[in-house]
Design a protein around this ligand. Structure first.
Ligand SMILES: NC(=O)c1ccc[n+]([C@@H]2O[C@H](COP(=O)([O-])OP(=O)(O)OC[C@H]3O[C@@H](n4cnc5c(N)ncnc54)[C@H](OP(=O)(O)O)[C@@H]3O)[C@@H](O)[C@H]2O)c1
Length: 269
């Protein structure tokens, strides 16, 4: 079966990497492309490649009307993604959400809409396979070592903190690890904020977000026991390549599910 894909965010950093990857796969077909600034262009030309015979549309609604499709992949902006996801599922399309910025209440709404329409949605804060492995290994370690903190490294210009990767990791760690032996932020003197922000179910996992030139995106889980330490770290480079394989995996999986699945963890086996 060929899976027909609409790429929402076709001209973006990730969209530019995903379009050639989708076109290259025998079981996938690029059925539509969305980006306001390139509306009317051929999707290939719009990303500086050879024409591919798919016209870029200004809105997702238009792209869904113009061609039949099975899956919408969204890598746009936090302000647009929820509307795109709900538009796609209400039109009977499965959705892969790469765009950051949605919270638990948004996901609950998207899950309910997907179930009502009998389609699947897969959303992940990080579609890199090795970042997913990093999270999995950290969650394995947390079952044995409850004292864990997260360091989130990114460029000076990154607008949000913590990163989606660090936030998802800390939330998952907070759900499964035992009681930490570290003093709570409220119990330390000095400048308590330097202990980082607590993320996830109370008391949360401390996350320390560094924002400095020269970093791209790295995330580290540090586990401590008396007289020994374990570090599990992921480093992303400067291209969007790490997110392609995981997104393709999600496209192939999402057509077989109903409702929302968050994270790549359950798919990588
Ligand atoms: N989950 C992951 O693994 C992962 C990895 C990397 C990035 N991300 C996230 O994915 C999102 C996109 O990242 P990026 O770096 O590719 O962004 P980007 O380079 O800014 O590209 C955004 C794309 O979306 C389009 N767009 C923006 N607003 C739109 C709207 N309202 N309607 C239709 N198209 C719209 C833009 O074109 P026009 O402006 O011309 O419309 C452009 O094609 C961000 O939230 C980022 O944090 C997630």
């Amino acid at each position: 079966m060929t899976i027909r894909v609409v790429m929402s965010g076709a001209t973006g950093w990730v969209g530019k990497a995903l379009i050639p990857a989708i076109v290259a796969e025998a079981d996938l077909k690029l059925a539509g492309a969305v980006a306001r600034g390139a509306a009317g262009w051929d999707a290939g030309s719009a990303i500086g490649a050879a024409p591919i015979g798919v016209e870029v549309r200004a809105t997702l609604e238009e792209a869904l009307k113009k061609a039949e499709s099975d899956v919408v992949v969204d890598y746009t902006k936090p302000v647009a993604v929820k509307d795109h996801a709900l538009t796609a599922v209400s039109n009977g399309r499965h959705v892969v959400i790469g765009t950051s910025g949605l919270g638990a209440a948004d996901y609950a709404e998207i899950d309910a809409a997907a179930r009502a329409n009998g389609v699947g949605v897969i959303a992940a804060g990080n579609f890199s396979i090795t970042a997913t492995l990093m999270k999995r290994f950290a969650l394995m370690a947390a079952k044995y070592v409850p004292d864990v903190e997260v360091i989130d490294y990114a460029s000076a210009k990154k607008p949000d903190a913590p990163s989606g990767t660090a936030r998802e990791l800390a939330e998952a760690l907070a759900d499964i690890r035992g009681a930490s032996t570290a003093k709570l932020q409220s119990e330390v003197s000095g400048v308590p904020e330097t202990r980082g922000g607590a993320v996830g179910a109370a008391p949360g996992v401390q996350v320390h977000a560094l924002r400095l030139p020269s970093y791209i995106l790295s995330c580290e889980a540090l586990f401590g026991l008396p007289d020994e330490r374990l570090t599990i770290r992921h480093d992303a480079g400067s291209s969007a390549a790490p997110y392609v394989a995981g997104t393709l995996l999600a496209i192939r999986h999402v057509v077989n599910i109903k409702g929302l699945v968050r994270g790549l963890d359950s798919l990588i086996d």
